[in-house]
Design a binder for this molecule. Structure first.
Ligand SMILES: NC(=O)c1ccc[n+]([C@@H]2O[C@H](COP(=O)([O-])OP(=O)(O)OC[C@H]3O[C@@H](n4cnc5c(N)ncnc54)[C@H](O)[C@@H]3O)[C@@H](O)[C@H]2O)c1
Length: 168
């Protein structure tokens, strides 16, 4: 059985990832600390979704952990050595980011860095999927042609060999 670690597992995207991989027979572990309720107040509370996963996905394991907790993240990834990671824990609002820049950076940048480093140390062969945002480049990158290489996909055009320019 393959083991998946999903961060932000009580959120919109993370919970769908949990449901999908659970239905495919994976052992699924989620990380979430209901930080959404801190960011957005009572209306942002995701405990209902955590309970829904517990009811509908027998065997799903919830880990109450903050991705900003570097040592906790390192320890969990070392313990699980997951076969794949989907990183969806985030402060997802652009307007909110301007209002709470330190909290936004700590979760979105430092939290992501913590998960990446934990994976590099303890599960270096596992694919790492990061749910970023279409606000970086808009939808235009979705229209670029891709090629499938041995270990990853890449842009077909050599013009993007070093990435996408900031003015894309
Ligand atoms: N929803 C979309 O349409 C969409 C589209 C493109 C990209 N994305 C990206 O996908 C990611 C997830 O989006 P979403 O819509 O599922 O957001 P969401 O707010 O529904 O879910 C995020 C989850 O992460 C948890 N979380 C936040 N900070 C945390 C922390 N420090 N530690 C642990 N858990 C934490 C929250 O409690 C929440 O359950 C974001 O990066 C977002 O930019 C979303």
């Amino acid at each position: 059985m393959s083991r998946l670690l999903v961060t932000g597992s009580s959120g919109l995207i993370g919970s769908e990832i949990v449901t999908h991989f659970h239905s495919k027979g994976w052992e699924v572990h989620g990380v979430d600390n209901n930080q959404r309720a801190v960011f957005f107040g009572e209306a942002g509370d995701t405990r209902w979704n955590q309970r829904r996963l517990a009811e509908r996905c027998p065997g799903f394991v919830h880990h109450e952990l903050d991705v900003r907790d570097r040592h906790g993240v390192l320890a969990l990834v070392a313990q699980l050595t997951p076969d794949a990671i989907v990183h969806a824990a985030a402060q997802p609002s652009h307007d909110k980011a301007a209002a709470i820049p330190f909290e936004d950076f700590d979760t979105n940048a430092v939290g992501t860095f913590n998960v990446l480093e934990a994976v590099r140390r303890h599960a270096p062969d596992a694919p790492f999927v990061h749910l970023s945002t279409n606000k970086v480049y808009g939808d235009a990158p979705n229209e670029l042609e891709l090629v499938e290489l041995e270990t990853r996909r890449d842009y077909a055009s050599p013009a993007f060999a070093n990435g996408i320019a900031e003015d894309f």
